[in-house]
Design a protein around this ligand. Structure first.
Ligand SMILES: [Fe+2]
Length: 136
């Protein structure tokens, strides 16, 4: 199942929304590579792209939160850190098992479900604060 962008996920802040869409593309590239039965090297590479982009995106989001004094920044940063740790665990699982059904299920839970919930629940609060300060 591909990760589909929907309007309900928009924070209303252009930079964040664009980066979220890019993130979805990278997650879908990972799921595609697993589905196609791509080799371990290719999947590791896609996973690297995803991990790198996630870090870039979290930095940008955290920068905006700092600049505009988002009150929940410490907790939000903590959530980002947990997610990065989970991606690292997923990477280790891939190294060991390749794209096993177990790893694909973890990808769906660890990456897809988490991102959807995080964007809908947490990033929407950040978006609301940023928009109230005139960021669009
Ligand atoms: Fe976030």
């Amino acid at each position: 199942m591909a990760m589909a962008w929907m309007q309900g996920l928009a924070t209303g802040v252009t930079l964040i929304d664009e980066q979220h869409r890019n993130l979805f593309q990278k997650v879908n590239a990972l799921l595609d590579a697993c589905r196609r039965g791509s080799g371990k090297d290719e999947i590791s590479q896609v996973l690297d792209f995803l991990a790198d982009y996630t870090i870039t995106h979290f930095r940008a989001e955290e920068g905006l939160m700092t600049l505009h004094k988002y009150p929940g920044i410490v907790a939000h940063k903590g959530l980002h850190a947990v997610f990065i740790g989970n991606i690292e665990k997923l990477r280790a699982q891939f190294e060991k098992e390749g794209a096993s059904p177990h790893v694909i299920i973890s990808t769906n839970q660890v990456v897809v479900d988490w991102l959807m919930d995080h964007i809908r629940i947490e990033d929407s609060k950040v978006g609301a604060l940023l928009r109230s300060k005139g960021v669009d």
